[in-house]
Design a protein around this ligand. Structure first.
Ligand code: HEC
Ligand code: HEC
Length: 355
């Protein structure tokens, strides 16, 4: 990815000054870049991507859009342990936030998609998500709506056809504007010493001294660095911890599901902690409902540390300082088909085989 490194370096230089005072390490914390857009991400493409993101007609039943499970009016997730897609079906994993998903080296808990574009192809044809049979069916739905054809042609050239590659290209361009800079941590790193409360500063120091930054470092606190490789961490690293059985942390094999390599059993992408206060419940199976419990669990299963209650309070205070500024978003007006529905489901259970 080609991010402007200047956006990172300037705040970092200032941050080093402050870090000297508070005795934390510059490389562990970094400001969130203020843009993630790529050169081809025109406003028109972003708007098209936003429409597709919000459009439930891309699902078999016409009821589920990307926004259903990644509600960008809130934390970019669905607040459920595991998500519910078409026909009330639920999948095995918790929906991560789409806010700041541009700032990660791979997508999904197990990193099975390398890019946002590749990721966006998955849910449309996943049985328990948007339930379409194949991408061709998605494209036919889009082509049934004349306004969309015009918009695709306007963005991708007047002789171009609606393709899945173009659809996910537009969705990813929209996702790249879903970023939340200027959190209290970012302002603190940029020199505003009052941006974080004493408890938040204690929490930040504890976050580092306990060892959380071994995995949760960098601008999104997920180990991601611009141009860095995708990395995966062992979870739970201490399998004998009581939390492992309490929250059933070993049923899912994680990364090895995607890679096929048993050495990757129980490895996961380190998730971002940006806006983590907004995305309960936690972990890949959504079994942990509070942030304080998530911190206790992490310390125990990853670092073999038992935190005191005041330490837990400081850590969660620090995480409140990771809530950024959300850009103003307006609802898109979706193009429609005059006088005709594109969801041709019969009465009763919707039929997935309709296009
Ligand atoms: C039915 C709910 C549901 C719908 C609809 C859905 N998603 Fe997701 N999304 C999930 C879940 C659950 C995961 C995690 C799955 C996993 O890791 O195995 C996920 C993962 C992601 C991720 C990866 C984030 C990360 O931190 O790894 C992105 C990005 C994303 N979805 C975007 C989209 C887009 C774009 C759409 C629409 C095309 C969409 N999702 C539709 C539930 C949903
Ligand atoms: C060895 C790497 C590693 C260390 C050390 C580590 N984490 Fe994590 N963290 C992860 C991984 C991987 C996950 C995702 C686990 C899963 O659900 O599959 C995670 C998940 C989390 C979550 C839940 C995120 C979500 O979206 O559900 C929180 C909160 C968290 N960590 C905080 C901490 C804190 C606080 C510490 C220090 C006490 C810490 N972590 C130490 C790797 C690590």
């Amino acid at each position: 990815m080609t991010f402007t490194t200047r956006a990172l370096i300037e705040p970092l230089a200032l941050a080093i000054l402050i870090l000297g005072i508070t005795n934390i390490h510059a490389q562990d914390f970094a400001s969130l870049p203020k843009t993630a857009s790529l050169p081809g991400d025109t406003q028109e493409k972003i708007e098209l991507g936003k429409k597709l993101f919000f459009d439930p007609r891309l699902s078999s039943t016409g009821t589920v859009s990307c926004n259903t499970c990644h509600n960008v009016m809130e934390g970019g997730d669905d607040g459920r342990a595991t998500s519910m897609g078409v026909d009330g079906l639920t999948g095995p994993r918790n929906a991560p936030t789409v806010w700041n998903s541009a700032f990660q080296a791979s997508q999904f808990w197990d990193g099975r998609a390398a890019t946002l574009e590749e990721q966006a192809k998955g849910p449309m044809v996943a049985d328990v998500e948007m339930g379409m049979l194949a991408h061709d069916q998605v494209i036919r739905r889009i082509e049934d709506i004349p306004g969309y054809i015009r918009e695709f042609q306007s963005v991708y050239g007047k002789d171009s056809e609606v393709t899945i590659e173009n659809a996910v290209d537009a969705i990813a361009a929209f996702e790249r504007v879903l970023i939340t800079p200027n959190s209290p941590l970012d302002r603190y790193l940029a020199g505003d010493k009052d941006a974080m409360s004493p408890a938040q500063i204690r929490g930040m120091q504890l976050f580092e001294s306990t060892g959380c930054t071994e995995c949760h470092s960098g601008p999104a606190l997920n180990g991601w660095q611009p141009d860095g490789e995708a990395e995966f961490a062992h979870f739970p690293r201490i399998p004998e911890s009581d939390y492992v059985t309490k929250y059933d942390l070993i049923a899912d094999l994680g990364r090895s599901n995607a890679s096929g390599d048993p050495a990757d059993d129980h490895h996961y992408k380190t998730p971002t902690l940006r806006n983590i206060t907004l995305t309960a419940p936690y972990f890949h199976n959504g079994r942990v409902s509070s942030l304080s419990e998530a911190c206790r669990l992490m310390a125990a299963t990853q670092l073999d540390v038992e935190l005191s209650e005041s330490e837990v309070a400081d850590l969660t205070a620090f995480m409140e300082a990771l809530e950024g500024e959300f850009p103003e978003l307006s609802f898109p007006r979706l193009p429609s088909r005059s006088g005709e529905s594109v969801i041709r489901a019969s009465a009763g259970k919707p039929r997935r085989d309709e296009s």
